[in-house]
Design a protein around this ligand. Structure first.
Ligand SMILES: NC(=O)c1ccc[n+]([C@@H]2O[C@H](COP(=O)([O-])OP(=O)(O)OC[C@H]3O[C@@H](n4cnc5c(N)ncnc54)[C@H](OP(=O)(O)O)[C@@H]3O)[C@@H](O)[C@H]2O)c1
Length: 211
């Protein structure tokens, strides 16, 4: 698949790296091809492509958004047309002061993203755990895969994103429509509070058990 990354820092760079190594054509959408985050991403994987945002997003089949939440509007402004009809994987989280929901739980961040680019097919994924788990998604010693919960309104976009999730070593756990994004964002806050404040291991993730 042709995949573009808008934002390639802690979250975007390892995901871009692993997806390229799985055989996808992965492009960093970069306003400044010489920025520190581009250089760092290329240092870990020199086979990543770098293109201007409109070019990268225009050529992609799936686009990842991995920017600071407050930068989303600016980051998406120039590529709204190119995103029309495409799956947009929203990895971003609105985190407010005191590790509360950044939109006061009135609206999810992903619904806000969807409102910025109405013609894109937003799927929230890769958002509920810290980046350490995107660097390395192996959890040896278990016979279940770690769960990656994701949600969105478009079935085809979710199918495509679910396949990427599985290729990256996770169990794709479709939790429903984009209205579920708010609840995933609260799961993020739970994880962040446990780990970044509470001292739990950053390598803790959840799995789905069924009977
Ligand atoms: N960190 C985590 O553990 C984690 C886990 C899950 C989800 N998230 C969420 O994922 C998102 C990214 O987090 P991160 O830790 O990866 O952040 P980060 O390391 O700071 O990386 C942010 C990326 O966004 C780019 N960027 C910033 N402003 C931009 C703009 N206006 N237009 C285009 N690109 C812009 C940066 O490029 P430059 O460096 O060139 O400015 C950089 O590539 C956040 O919304 C966060 O809540 C984070």
């Amino acid at each position: 698949m042709k995949i573009a990354f808008v934002g390639h820092g802690n979250v975007g760079a390892p995901l871009a790296d692993h997806l390229q190594r799985l055989g996808h054509r992965v492009t960093l959408a970069a306003k400044d091809a010489g920025s520190p985050s581009v250089k760092k991403a290329l240092a870990r994987n020199a086979n990543l492509k770098v293109e201007a945002p409109r070019e990268a997003v225009g050529a992609a089949e799936i686009v990842f958004l991995a920017t600071p939440f407050q930068a989303n509007e600016e980051a998406l402004k120039g590529v709204a047309e190119e995103l029309a009809g495409k799956a947009l994987v929203d990895c971003t989280n609105p985190v407010g002061p005191g590790l509360r929901h950044g939109l006061e739980s009135v609206q999810s961040g992903s619904e806000r993203v969807q409102s910025l680019v109405p013609a894109a097919r937003v799927v929230k994924a890769f958002s509920i755990y810290g980046f350490e788990n995107f660097e390395n998604s192996l959890y040896p010693g278990y016979d279940v895969k770690p769960a990656m919960m994701f949600c969105g309104n478009d079935a085809a976009a979710k199918k495509a994103v679910g396949e990427l999730i599985a290729q990256l070593g996770w169990e794709p756990l479709d939790v429903g429509g984009l209205e579920q994004a708010l609840h995933l964002e609260h799961m993020t806050l739970l994880w962040v509070r446990m780990v970044r404040m509470g001292g739990s291991s950053p390598h803790v993730v959840w799995a789905a058990l069924r009977r």
